[in-house]
Design a protein around this ligand. Structure first.
Ligand code: BDR
Ligand code: CA
Length: 318
C-alpha cells in the first residue's frame, strides 16, 4: 500500500525535485501540497506547487499557508539561491488549476482526522503550517503516523548562519513547537543532506526521462547548481528536500541517532537545532525534555542520489 503523505513545501528548486518524486513514486500517495513562505513568498510557493502538479498531469490539492514567521521579522527570500520566481528565474508555462480556499493548517487537520494513524507529514520548508495545525488541533500528535522534517543541523554546522539551517532559521519559534510536540518525528538535516550531491550527469538522466516537468527541473537546476558551486565549491547541488522522501522509503540509506531536540529561538545562535542523545546525562535535564526523535546523522550519499535518479527515470510523469 502506498504511504499517504501531505507535503509541506516552499518551492524552491530542491522542493520542485522532491515534489516530482512525490508525484512519481508508486509507493507514495500524495494527498496534497501545503505551501509556506521560505525560499519565495507564499504566493509564489503556491503558484509553483500548482504548476508542478499540473505539469505532471495530476490533480493534487494545493492549500496555501504561512506568509511569514510566528514571531521574528521575516527574512527576504533568497533570490540568489532559488531565483526570484523560486525556479531559477526560468520562463514558466501558464496553468489553470487553483488553490483550495481552505488554509494549509485546516487541510492538514481535516486530512489527518479523516485517516487517523495513517498519514505522514513531510515538511521541507519553515514549519509554521505544522505549528498552526497543532494549535488548531493538538490531538494531531496522536493521529499522524509520523512527521518527517527536512531541517536543522546537529554536527554539520549551518547553511544560513554558522549554526542554523535555513528552514529552522526562517521560523525558529514554529520549529521549536514542531520539534518538541511529542509526535513520532524524524529530522533529516544537513548532517545527512550535505552528504548527497545531485551531479549534472544524474540531472541529465532525469531530464531525458521526464517531459515538461523534467524541463523545469533541468533548467532550474542550472541556476541552483551555480549557487552551490559558489557556496560550497561542489559541482551539483544538495537535493535536501528529496532526502526527506528517500528517508521515508529507504531509511536504510541513513544513519540515525535517537535524541531530544531543542531549537534556539533568540540571539546569535538563533535557529540552531540541539540534540541531547537519549540516555546521556547532562548537568541538568533541560535539554532532554519530551519525546526523543530519530535524527539523521549521516547518509550514503551516492546511494541516496541514485535512488532519486532511478525513481525519476523509472516513473515518467507527463
Ligand atoms: C532547505 O532550505 C531551503 O532553501 C531548501 O529548499 C531546503 O528546504 C535547506 O537548508
Ligand atoms: Ca524547501
Amino acid at each position: 500500500m502506498p504511504i499517504p503523505i501531505i507535503f509541506d513545501t516552499d518551492p524552491g528548486v530542491d522542493d520542485a525535485q522532491a515534489i516530482a518524486i512525490a508525484l512519481a513514486h508508486p509507493d507514495i500517495e500524495l494527498l496534497g501540497l501545503t505551501t509556506t513562505f521560505g525560499n519565495v513568498t507564499v504566493d509564489i510557493a503556491t503558484h509553483n506547487a500548482l504548476l508542478l502538479a499540473e505539469l505532471a498531469g495530476q490533480s493534487i490539492p494545493v492549500a496555501q499557508g504561512a506568509a511569514g514567521p510566528l514571531v521574528k521579522r521575516k527574512n527576504p527570500p533568497p533570490g540568489h539561491i532559488h531565483g526570484d520566481n523560486g525556479l531559477g528565474n526560468i520562463e514558466l508555462p501558464e496553468f489553470t488549476s487553483q488553490a483550495l480556499t481552505q488554509s494549509a493548517p485546516e487541510f492538514i487537520v481535516e486530512q489527518v482526522n479523516a485517516r487517523p494513524g495513517e498519514i505522514v507529514l513531510v515538511a521541507v520548508g519553515p514549519l509554521g503550517n505544522l505549528a498552526a495545525a497543532l494549535q488548531l488541533d493538538p490531538t494531531l500528535v496522536d493521529k499522524v503516523k509520523r512527521v518527517v522534517v527536512m531541517g536543522g543541523s546537529i554536527r554539520e554546522g549551518g547553511n544560513v548562519t554558522p549554526v542554523a539551517e535555513a528552514n529552522i532559521f526562517n521560523d525558529p519559534h514554529a520549529a521549536a513547537k514542531v520539534l518538541q510536540a511529542g509526535w513520532p518525528l524524524t529530522l533529516v538535516g544537513l548532517d545527512a543532506t550535505h552528504r548527497c550531491v545531485l551531479d549534472p550527469a544524474s540531472m541529465e538522466r532525469i531530464v531525458a526521462a521526464q517531459g515538461g516537468l523534467g524541463k523545469i527541473l533541468g533548467e532550474s537546476y542550472t541556476f541552483y547548481r551555480a549557487f552551490y558551486h559558489r557556496a560550497l565549491g561542489i559541482d551539483g547541488c544538495c537535493p535536501h528536500d528529496s532526502c526527506a522522501l528517500v528517508w521515508l522509503l529507504r531509511p536504510d540509506l541513513f544513519t540515525t541517532e535517537r535524541g531530544y531536540l531543542s531549537v534556539v529561538t533568540e540571539g546569535l545562535a538563533e535557529g540552531q537545532t540541539v540534540m541531547a542523545p537519549e540516555r546521556r546525562e547532562f548537568v541538568d535535564s533541560r535539554w532532554s525534555q519530551g519525546v526523543p526523535a530519530d535524527v539523521c546523522m549521516n547518509a550514503d550519499g551516492a546511494a541516496v542520489v541514485e535512488w532519486m535518479v532511478e525513481t525519476l527515470t523509472a516513473n515518467p510523469v507527463l
